[in-house]
Design a protein around this ligand. Structure first.
Ligand SMILES: *Cc1c(COP(=O)(O)O)cnc(C)c1O
Length: 492
């Protein structure tokens, strides 16, 4: 007797044999732990070979090869060619390291696979708890609200949306921006481009972003800011917001937030703080004073995937007045209404706090990591990174052939190799070659920036794995490469 298959049932995407899949999964986890435990033995980075790129341009398979074969391809094509940021000698851009517990947290997140949109479920209460922890950590009052976002760029944008809707002299939600005065946002010329991008995306236009000159230490020139606000008022514009930097991306400069908070009070402006990484310096007793005034801000955005070392993606926006927060995002929908019982009994829908509806449960990795390590372990690592930056600056200062290019207020060091009798133009080319070689030889990964026309090797330390010898190795390598390349130049 043969049975015809039931077209209403059929194979799910679950394994046919759970025991086999379990063994396979254990093997994957073992490999992952080896990969992390042995990271120091591998090059920081290596280029992706053409054969690999080619293999990753294959047509979409109609029939699968099975989990084990797909995983083998991951091991061959993807795992050997990482960005490098889990390595102890990666200090490029501002990129966090991740934690081994974070790996498990991401696995558990996918296991629950919840939509953390809100409603009554454990995930909702975890996120509320995490936001409350972060609110207290940053010195924001009860009544402040917050939301986890996917990164600092979006966290800034969420805050600026609330600022815009609160501060516009007309109802942005119903009328839009048409016809109103130009709404002005001010920040230093060293501000991360996510801020002007947010201003554009919020429909205010790039001319609504005013880049204010900086002082010698690369913090905002408050007098120039005051002047620009007065000029804009005379022109009929509507000044609405100052964005203070708690750690600029180039050098880690921290604007005088307290003074900016005073100015905003006097002028009736919204104070937003972009603390993408620098806000976490509140955890370092030696750095905390730099951030004075941050707790007075109307809003604050910061990443947890940078200087809290948590896996991508997770950031946070805090809004001092929670009512203003929901007034920007709240929207009624019949299909989301409470029904007096069941899942939809609240206590919250996170769509009232950001543009996202369906969301990953990113609060879990935050909660698990803080539960497991305790916040003091993170504080130790952050304080150590600040000391490491000072240590590297000292090493640079001791070398005749190296030159520090900017102050080091936090965790970012900018320097360059300096050969006698070479002009800035030639030094820029030489240092770019040094940087490329550091990366291509898998030695270390700084990134670069330009400061006063000088190409800088830029070391941003948001890495809990780095040790003293890693910075010593960097300095040694830069000097050796500088000699190698300038000798070639002089010889040829
Ligand atoms: C990284 C960074 C951002 C953007 O954050 P993402 O998480 O990359 O979106 C904004 N501001 C500063 C100062 C940053 O360093």
């Amino acid at each position: 007797m043969t049975s015809t298959p039931d077209p209403v049932s059929g194979n799910s995407l679950d394994p046919e044999n759970w025991d086999e899949f379990r063994d396979f999964a254990h093997g994957v986890l073992d490999d992952a732990m080896d990969y992390l435990a042995n990271v120091r033995e591998r090059p920081v980075w290596q280029p992706v070979p053409e054969t690999v790129r080619e293999a990753l341009r294959a047509p979409m398979p109609r029939h699968g090869s099975g989990a084990a074969a797909a995983y083998a391809e991951y091991r061959r094509l993807i795992e050997p060619y990482p960005l490098g940021n889990i390595h102890p000698r990666f200090w490029g851009w501002v990129i966090g390291t991740g934690t081994p517990l974070g790996v498990l947290a991401e696995m558990l997140t996918a296991t629950l696979n919840t939509n953390a949109a809100g409603h009554q479920q454990g995930a909702t209460f975890v996120e509320l708890q995490v936001v409350e922890w972060l609110r207290d950590l940053m010195g924001f009052p009860e009544g402040a609200s917050g939301i986890l976002a996917n990164g600092g760029s979006i966290a800034n944008q969420i805050a600026l949306a609330v600022a815009r809707n609160t501060m516009a002299p007309f109802d942005v939600r119903s009328h839009g921006l048409t016809g109103g005065p130009r709404l002005m946002v001010y920040a230093s010329a060293e501000t991360h481009n996510s801020v002007p991008r947010a201003v554009e995306l919020l429909g205010m236009g790039s001319e609504s972003f005013a880049a204010i000159p900086v002082e010698g230490d690369l913090t905002i020139d408050v007098a120039a800011l005051r002047e620009r606000i007065a000029v804009d008022r005379r022109l009929g514009h509507h000044p609405m917001c100052v964005v203070a930097n708690a750690g600029t991306v180039n050098t880690g400069a921290v604007d005088p937030i307290d003074a900016l908070a005073d100015l905003c009070e006097e002028e009736g402006l919204w104070l937003h703080v972009d603390g993408a990484f620098g806000a976490l310096a509140v955890l370092d007793p030696a750095s905390r004073d730099l951030l004075k005034g941050m707790e007075r801000a109307d809003s604050l955005a910061f990443d947890l995937h940078k200087w809290m070392y948590l896996p991508y993606e997770v950031a946070c926006t805090l809004i001092r007045d929670g009512k203003k927060h929901t007034a920007t995002f709240e929207h009624h929908a019949d299909y989301l209404a409470e029904i007096g019982g069941g899942i939809a009994t609240g206590p919250v829908m996170f769509a009232d706090y950001s543009p996202q509806l369906s969301r990953s449960f990113r609060a879990l990795k935050v909660w698990l990591n803080i539960q497991a390590y305790g916040i003091d372990r993170f504080a130790d690592a952050i304080a150590r990174n600040v000391r490491q930056a000072a240590f590297l600056a000292t090493l640079v200062g001791q070398e005749q052939s190296l030159e520090l290019l900017a102050p080091v207020p936090l965790n970012i060091v900018n320097f360059r190799y300096r050969a006698s009798n070479m002009e800035d133009g030639a030094l820029n080319i030489l240092n770019a070659r040094i940087l490329a070689a550091l990366q291509e030889r898998g030695i270390a990964v700084p990134s670069s920036t330009e400061l006063n026309g000088k190409f800088a090797l830029r070391v941003a330390i948001t890495n809990h794995r780095s040790r003293r010898e890693d910075f010593e190795a960097l300095v040694e390598a830069v000097i050796a490469l500088g000699r190698e390349f300038s000798e070639v130049e002089q010889g040829g």
